[in-house]
Design a protein around this ligand. Structure first.
Ligand SMILES: Cc1cc2nc3c(=O)[nH]c(=O)nc-3n(C[C@H](O)[C@H](O)[C@H](O)COP(=O)(O)OP(=O)(O)OC[C@H]3O[C@@H](n4cnc5c(N)ncnc54)[C@H](O)[C@@H]3O)c2cc1C
Length: 394
């Protein structure tokens, strides 16, 4: 049998593609090297609501959805901060999302096979340890270290992140710690620039007995990795108890691949570096890309057509986010605090990027920035210097 599409990987990108393609009447086989219930991300990720609306996937509900804003963006370990509320961002338990996407794909008619490792693609044949499969088109959604290893990402552009949901060993002490940092239960404290400008330690209480912790940094630049940041943070806070679930991995935070295709192969998700690099978020981008890919194939288009369409519609925003990420590496916590005081990091400005959109430069935001810069004319210098260091260092 020759399939319309064979999808490599059944994590969030692969399962979303299988669902979107099968839902448009194409015959789809998805191959996953792990058991299907172990595929993809096994931690919690922040995903903007609009990305669900722009995909074929309904918004999640509990227990898959685990809350949203407000978030306190804190310069270093504080106290300087901005508090942003009302942004359309959901915290998603990826174990549930991947399972839902796989279920939707199967219901739409796709065939999903776990425990099958893809060894390579030659022409229209996908070679695996369970035999060969022929396909008109192939979607590589096998992640950063998947089938196409030769598309390596520079190690300086790898954010090593860790996310864990842990019990509270001492709930009262945990709540007191959040109160001391000016956050109510359920609000996110995101300590920014704690190991190089880009690094974060992001903490939130969930329910009465859980804390969710996310850490990330760029070890390729000589900083401690997100895994080390996690170990240190947990060791320093005895109110944090054992791990319930979570994981750690590298996220590519360079600009997306210039070509999302190679012959019959279309790249999707981390395999395509479809990541909003300013905060290393790949899930929203891959959900909307999966729909665009399916629409393109269903209309008789090719992987090259998908690549062009994606770059025309979504690519520039992700590329701009990668440029901001480069500048943010060189931003000191002092410079960040100054930008916050000057109003350049006003909630109106930051809400867009948190939702993985360009900043909305409203008249009110411009007026606030103008007033802040008039008070501290040097505040923008730190950002300009960071931008210049990023550009001249490349
Ligand atoms: C700790 C952490 C926190 C993060 N936080 C966020 C966040 O808040 N928001 C956000 O949007 N993103 C976040 N990300 C990034 C996000 O998790 C990834 O972008 C996303 O999971 C990538 O999905 P994917 O399907 O492209 O790749 P993967 O999840 O890597 O899935 C690829 C699948 O392909 C399979 N595979 C690989 N090779 C083969 C082969 N040879 N044969 C068959 N199958 C194969 C793998 O087993 C895997 O199941 C975070 C990442 C980490 C590590």
């Amino acid at each position: 049998m020759r399939w319309d599409v064979v999808v490599l990987g059944a994590g969030s990108a692969g399962a979303a593609a299988a669902h979107a393609l099968a839902g448009r009447g194409l015959s789809v086989l998805a191959l996953e090297r792990k058991p299907l219930d172990a595929a993809g991300a096994r931690w919690c990720n922040a995903v903007p609501g609009w990305c669900f609306d722009a995909s074929d996937v309904p918004r999640p509900t509990a227990p898959e959805a685990r809350g949203g804003p407000p978030i306190h963006l804190v310069a270093g370990w504080g106290p300087e901060r901005v508090r942003i509320a009302g942004q359309d961002v959901l915290e998603v338990d990826m174990r549930h999302l991947v399972a839902r996407l796989q279920r939707l794909a199967t219901e739409a008619g796709a065939t999903l096979r776990g425990g099958v490792t893809v060894r390579g693609v030659v022409g229209d044949v996908v070679h695996t340890d369970a035999g060969a499969f022929r396909a008109r088109w192939i979607v590589d959604a096998s992640g950063l270290h998947g089938v196409e290893r030769r598309r390596a990402v520079d190690r300086r552009d790898l954010c090593v992140a860790s996310q864990q949901v842990r019990t509270l060993a001492d709930p009262e002490a945990g709540r007191a710690w959040f109160a001391r940092h000016g956050a109510a239960p359920g609000e996110i404290l995101c300590f920014t620039g704690v190991a190089g400008g880009y690094a974060i330690v992001n903490v939130r209480l969930h329910g009465d007995d859980e804390v969710a912790i996310l850490t990330g940094s760029l070890p390729g630049l000589g900083h401690p990795s997100g895994v080390t940041l996690m170990e240190r943070f947990v060791a320093d806070h005895p109110w944090i108890g054992p791990v319930r679930f979570g994981g750690a991995r590298a996220i590519p935070v360079s600009a997306p691949k210039a070509r999302l295709h190679e012959g019959r192969i279309a790249f999707l998700g981390d395999a395509a570096v479809q990541v909003f690099a300013a905060h290393g978020s790949g899930v929203g981008a891959q959900l909307v890309a999966a729909r665009l890919l399916a629409e393109t194939f269903a209309a008789g288009g090719t992987p090259a057509d998908y690549s062009r369409a994606w770059w025309a519609r979504y690519g520039p925003d992700l590329r701009a986010s990668a440029r901001f990420q480069l500048a943010s590496r060189h931003l000191s916590t002092d410079a960040l605090g100054r930008l916050m005081r000057a109003g350049v990091m006003a909630p109106d400005m930051v809400r867009g990027p948190l939702e993985q959109r360009p900043p909305r430069i409203t008249p009110a935001a411009l007026a606030a920035i103008g007033a802040g810069v008039a008070r501290d004319p040097g505040a923008l210098l730190g950002l300009a210097r960071a931008g210049w260091t990023a550009i001249s260092g490349r």
